[in-house]
Design a protein around this ligand. Structure first.
Ligand SMILES: NC(=O)c1ccc[n+]([C@@H]2O[C@H](COP(=O)([O-])OP(=O)(O)OC[C@H]3O[C@@H](n4cnc5c(N)ncnc54)[C@H](OP(=O)(O)O)[C@@H]3O)[C@@H](O)[C@H]2O)c1
Length: 397
């Protein structure tokens, strides 16, 4: 289990430990300052003065490869077969998103719209995964820009494709960052990308999902064990905690308000965990507001510890070297990208996973089960507040 990593890895690495440093953790795993690469810090330490210059760059023009939408095919017996489903997967250029896109595309039953910020990277990834050209389309989406999110929605609508399932998967994780970095609109990058970008995207695309005639329409927001303080992993500092949302309400800009949701000092690992709590709360708020009226299934999941993905790209080299074998051979919580992709593909398309408002997990035999969220990640009042504050920040209220 991934949560065991939280308990074991620190002691496994204790020889290198110099003292706890809140900004060098994953699942609360601390590594010593003296093993951190200076060059990593130098490149990561983006000063507030350079923020505007760096993040004021407008998103590149959206690129879309648009193909004709699928139509219902008549089966030989004259009966209509189910048309190909149309699924948008954000962050499908690597890791879980790519593995999910591949798993869905190779069934031939799904056309995957890979919503990615790097068009060429996504194209190369799809090719090297062996995805057949007719089963995917790449469209530009940068979740760290609300303009880009709106442009993506326009482009998607212009493509004429139906939307049957939306998967909010993309994320950034900045555990070693000393200073916050920001989205185009000036929100702290982790919460701005993982939560606010997806919040706007899913709110705008809800209308498209409603219009779908597909038998099972779904909106899936990827969660994480690390945001759940009812687990060992979620209990290792820095713990997720949204507090009274004072930082979020202030816009997370780090100028006249904190860059952290709870109003505290910047901590990249905590910002990621907080963003995941927002993801899980948003899914439940969607369920409460729209499931009955629309029939859409809203779900979240913890795909397992996929220790090899690019999510850990900003972590120190030693961590990246040791984390996969540690998960494989010590905690045995390791999940391959392929397996995690199958899990998420199940949540997209398995007829037995239509229950709404659920946070799915998998046991060691890879069987799915409804998992319990922590108190904060299932707090209905907090979910309502996060929803309302987020609406204001993304310009929907
Ligand atoms: N790995 C794990 O153990 C684990 C565990 C629990 C949950 N998760 C969740 O799984 C999901 C996928 O993570 P992963 O492990 O597969 O990591 P990953 O390989 O780094 O994938 C993240 C994806 O998000 C994309 N992305 C980042 N910023 C973006 C932006 N501004 N706009 C659009 N796309 C953006 C990345 O695009 P680029 O390729 O252009 O960088 C990449 O495709 C995340 O929601 C994560 O929280 C992962």
């Amino acid at each position: 289990m991934a949560l065991q990593a939280a308990a074991i890895l620190p002691s496994a690495l204790s020889i290198l430990k110099e003292g706890k440093s809140k900004d060098s953790t994953f699942l609360g795993i601390s590594l010593s300052d003296h093993v951190k690469s200076d060059s990593i810090y130098t490149s990561l330490r983006i000063k507030r003065e350079s923020k505007q210059r760096k993040f004021a760059i407008r998103p590149i023009r959206a690129q879309a490869v648009v193909e004709a939408p699928e139509v219902n095919q008549a089966a030989p017996a004259g009966k209509k077969t189910l048309r190909q489903g149309s699924v948008v997967v954000t962050g499908a250029s690597s890791g879980l998103g790519l593995a999910t896109a591949k798993a869905l595309a190779e069934t031939g039953k799904w056309h995957v719209i890979m919503a990615c910020r790097d068009f060429l990277k996504a194209e190369r990834a799809a090719k090297s995964a062996g995805m057949a050209k007719e089963n995917y389309t790449i469209m530009h989406l940068d979740l760290a820009s609300l303009d880009s999110v709106r442009q993506f929605v326009d482009n998607f609508r212009r493509s004429g494709r139906p939307l049957d399932v939306l998967v909010c998967n993309a994320a950034v994780y900045l555990p070693t960052a000393k200073e916050p970095t920001f989205t185009a609109e000036g929100f702290e990058l982790s919460v701005g990308t993982n939560h606010l970008g997806h919040f706007l995207l899913s709110r705008l695309l809800l209308d498209d999902l409603k219009q779908s005639d597909y038998p099972s329409k779904r909106l899936i927001i990827v969660g994480s064990i690390t945001g759940n303080t009812n687990t060992l992993a979620g209990n290792v500092p820095p713990k997720a905690n949204l507090g009274d949302l004072r930082g979020l309400a202030g816009g997370l800009n780090g100028l006249n308000t904190s860059s952290m949701i709870d109003g505290g000092e910047f901590d990249g690992a905590k910002a990621y965990k907080d963003s995941k709590v927002c993801n899980m709360l948003t899914m439940q708020e969607f369920h409460r507001r729209y499931h009955e009226e629309t029939g859409i299934t809203f779900a979240s999941l913890y795909p397992g510890c996929i220790a090899t993905t690019g999510l850990f790209r900003e972590h120190i080299p030693l961590f990246r070297l040791l984390f996969p074998p540690f998960q494989k051979y010590i905690t045995k919580g390791f999940v391959s990208e392929e397996e995690s992709g199958k899990r998420l593909a199940q949540v997209v398309s398995d007829p037995s996973l239509t229950k709404s408002g659920v946070y799915w997990s998998w046991n060691k035999d890879s069987a799915s089960f409804e998992n319990q969220l922590s108190q904060e990640a299932s707090d209905a009042e907090k979910a309502r507040k996060v929803w309302e504050v987020s609406e204001k920040l993304v310009g929907l209220a």
